[in-house]
Design a protein around this ligand. Structure first.
Ligand SMILES: C[S@@+](CC[C@H](N)C(=O)[O-])C[C@H]1O[C@@H](n2cnc3c(N)ncnc32)[C@H](O)[C@@H]1O
Length: 349
C-alpha cells in the first residue's frame, strides 16, 4: 500500500527478489550463480574487449564468438554486482572493480578467477556435506586423490592452479616483502615458493640479498625470476618439502603453505625446515592469522576453501605458536601487512 507521503511509484514491482528468502539468505544461496556468470565472461575474455570503451552485447558477441542474447543476460547479472555497467543504449563498460578481469594488466585477477571458479573447486564443493561427515577433503572425495597429488598427474590443472596462485599472490608479494626488513647479504629460501613472485619481490629489496626458490620441479620450471636485476643472486630447486628443503638459509619463507595442510602434515614440513635451518635462523610464515573468538575475518572463506580442497586450515596466533613450538621454533612476533596475510616470525631454537 502507498500513502499520501509515499514517493514510491505505485506501479513499480515489489522489492525484487528471485526467491522468498530473506536477503542475506538469498545472497548466500545464489552465490554460485554469480561465480558461474563471472567464470563465463572470464573464459570468453569479454573484459578484454572493453579495454577501449563501452560496447553492446552484439558487438561483444561478434568479437568473442558468443551468443549476444545470452551474453547480455550474463553481463546484466554482473552489472548488478558492480563489475560492469550497462548504459541506456545497452552498451556495457567495465567498472573499476571489473578492471582486474582483463588479461595483461598489472595485477590481473583473470587467472585467479579461472582458478577459483574452476570445476576442481566446484566439484569439490559438491562433496562438502560428506566432508562434514568427517574425514577426507571434499576434493579427494570428488577426484579420488589428494589435491597436490592430482596436480602432479594433471599438467593442465597444475597450470590453472600455478597461474591462479601467482595472480592471487601478485598484489600481496610486494606488500609482504616491504613488511619485513631483510638484513644485507641475507640468504632467503622460499619453500613452496610457487613461481617465485615473493622471492622476486624480496630480492628486489636489496642488491646483496640472495635466494633459493624451492617447489615441485614442474612449478619451478615456470619461474618468474629471469630479470636482469636478479642475475646471479638466485637459483631454483625442485623437490618435496616433506622430504627435505635446501639447507643454509638465514631466512625460510612459507607463504600460503601451512594453511594447505592439517597439523600433522604441517609439522612434517616444519620438520624439514628445522632440519635445514641452523639454530638462530628465522622462519617467516606468511598466512592469514585468524582473530579467534568468533570475530568475523576475511580469511574465514579461505578457511573453507582449504577445508574443501586440501584438508588445510587457517590458524589463530595461539595455534601458530603451539605448532611452531612443536617443530622447534619460537614465535617471536606477528607483523600485519596491508594485505590478508601476516608475517609470523619465528626463530629456530
Ligand atoms: C598455495 S601454493 C603457494 C605458492 C606460493 N608460496 C604463493 O604464496 O603464491 C602451495 C605451493 O606448494 C607447493 N607444493 C605442494 N606440495 C609440495 C611438496 N610436496 N613439495 C614442494 N612444494 C609443494 C605447490 O606446488 C604450490 O606452489
Amino acid at each position: 500500500m502507498t500513502g499520501p507521503g509515499d514517493s514510491r511509484d505505485p506501479l513499480a514491482p515489489a522489492r525484487p527478489s528471485a526467491s522468498s528468502a530473506p536477503p542475506v539468505l538469498h545472497d548466500v544461496m545464489f552465490g554460485h550463480v554469480r561465480s558461474a556468470a563471472l567464470r563465463a565472461v572470464a573464459v570468453h575474455r569479454i573484459p578484454d574487449h572493453l579495454a577501449d570503451g563501452p560496447r553492446t552485447a552484439e558487438e561483444l558477441a561478434a568479437l568473442s564468438g558468443t551468443d549476444a542474447a545470452v551474453l547480455r543476460r550474463v553481463l546484466r547479472l554482473l552489472a548488478g554486482r558492480g563489475l560492469f555497467h550497462e548504459d541506456e543504449q545497452g552498451r556495457f563498460r567495465l567498472e573499476p572493480a571489473g578492471q582486474p578481469l582483463r588479461t595483461g594488466v598489472a595485477h590481473s585477477q583473470h587467472p585467479a578467477v579461472l582458478m577459483i571458479t574452476d570445476p576442481m573447486i566446484a566439484r569439490s564443493a559438491g562433496e562438502l556435506p560428506r566432508t562434514l561427515d568427517g574425514g577426507r577433503s571434499s576434493f579427494e572425495l570428488a577426484y579420488g586423490s589428494p589435491f597436490f597429488e592430482h596436480l602432479r598427474k594433471s599438467p593442465e590443472d597444475r597450470a590453472v592452479f600455478d597461474a591462479g596462485m601467482a595472480a592471487f599472490s601478485g598484489p600481496e608479494d610486494e606488500l609482504v616483502a616491504r613488511g619485513y626488513a631483510f638484513p644485507e647479504g641475507a640468504r632467503v629460501v622460499d619453500v613452496g615458493g610457487g613461481r617465485g613472485g615473493l622471492l622476486r619481490a624480496v630480492l628486489d629489496r636489496g642488491p646483496s640479498l640472495e635466494g633459493v626458490l624451492f617447489d615441485r620441479p614442474a612449478t619451478v620450471a615456470g619461474h618468474l625470476l629471469d630479470e636482469p636485476g636478479l642475475a646471479g643472486r638466485w637459483r631454483a630447486e625442485g623437490g618435496d618439502f616433506f622430504e627435505a628443503v635446501p639447507p643454509g638459509g638465514d631466512f625460510y619463507l612459507l607463504k600460503h603453505i601451512l594453511h594447505d595442510w592439517n597439523d600433522e602434515d604441517a609439522l612434517r614440513i616444519l620438520g624439514s625446515v628445522r632440519r635445514a635451518a641452523a639454530a638462530g635462523a628465522r622462519l617467516l610464515v606468511v598466512d592469514a592469522v585468524l582473530p579467534g573468538g568468533g570475530v568475523p575475518h576475511p580469511a574465514v572463506e579461505l578457511d573453507i576453501v582449504m577445508l574443501m580442497v586440501v584438508e588445510g586450515r587457517e590458524r589463530t596466533a595461539a595455534e601458530f605458536e603451539e605448532l611452531l613450538a612443536r617443530a622447534g621454533f619460537r614465535l617471536h612476533r606477528i607483523l600485519p601487512t596491508p594485505s590478508l596475510p601476516s608475517i609470523v616470525e619465528a626463530v629456530a631454537v
